[in-house]
Ligand binder design. Structure first.
Ligand code: URA
Length: 215
């Protein structure tokens, strides 16, 4: 177990435990356990996804790695200097995040790629621990509503006061941090045009400007 990660045999969410057991039989070479966050706790930026993909992060034990959503996320981070090296869809590809940490609201892969409200609530304790352990944190980027709601709940803000809106920056006054919302970089969102590469590029550009005081 690493800090801010549930133990390998975490039993907090019965449905996810059951799915893990099925996957351990079906895909014995996969990680099939809570996925560890990627990047340093000293980072100023935390990007929060929803949950590992079955054949992606659940296989590789690195968020968004070998997931379609990572093919959108990681090149955009690299373009703005938030990553270096070659993203090659595996934990040992040498790809490095710079001033960024990437994590998930729910650490275990869910069936049909959908998490329940209870699972997001239960797993929130690890997100809370993670946020509290980031002394330099300035900006959280939420990819999608599950992440947005998990961040607000974890930090004790009301969802009704902070509506998820793509591209909007919310100020979280008690913590002195910003929350930047983006549609999730999922295959579904890209294929349906909810999110385009250009739109996501604009989000990471905004992140760059916010961090560098030019926005
Ligand atoms: N992979 C992850 O690790 N998280 C997501 O939200 C999607 C894919």
């Amino acid at each position: 177990m690493s800090f801010c990660t549930p133990k390998k045999d975490c039993s907090l969410c019965p449905r996810l435990v059951q799915f893990r057991k099925e996957n351990q039989k079906k895909y014995p070479a996969y990680h099939n356990a809570p996925v560890e966050p990627f990047g340093s706790l000293d980072a100023r930026i935390l990007i929060v996804g929803m949950a590992p993909g079955l054949n992606g992060a659940n296989q590789t034990n690195r968020p968004f790695t070998n997931d379609y959503a990572g093919d959108v996320l990681y090149p955009a981070l690299k373009k703005y200097g938030f990553a270096k090296g070659i993203y090659d869809k595996q934990k040992d590809d040498g790809f490095e995040l710079l001033d960024v940490r990437v994590t998930n609201a729910v650490r275990c892969v869910p069936p049909q790629n959908k998490v329940t409200g209870d699972e997001a609530k239960t797993c929130g304790r690890f997100l809370a621990e993670e946020i509290a352990a980031m002394p330099n944190l300035k900006i959280i980027v939420s990819l999608g509503t599950v992440s947005h709601n998990a961040v607000l709940r974890t930090l004790g803000y009301k969802q009704t006061d902070y509506k998820f809106t793509h591209g909007v920056v919310h100020r979280l006054p008690r913590h002195g941090i910003l929350l930047l919302d983006s549609y999730h970089t999922s295959r579904y969102n890209i294929n349906t045009g909810v999110l385009t590469d250009k739109m996501f590029d604009a989000i990471i550009q905004k992140l760059y400007r916010l961090l560098n005081g030019s926005d």
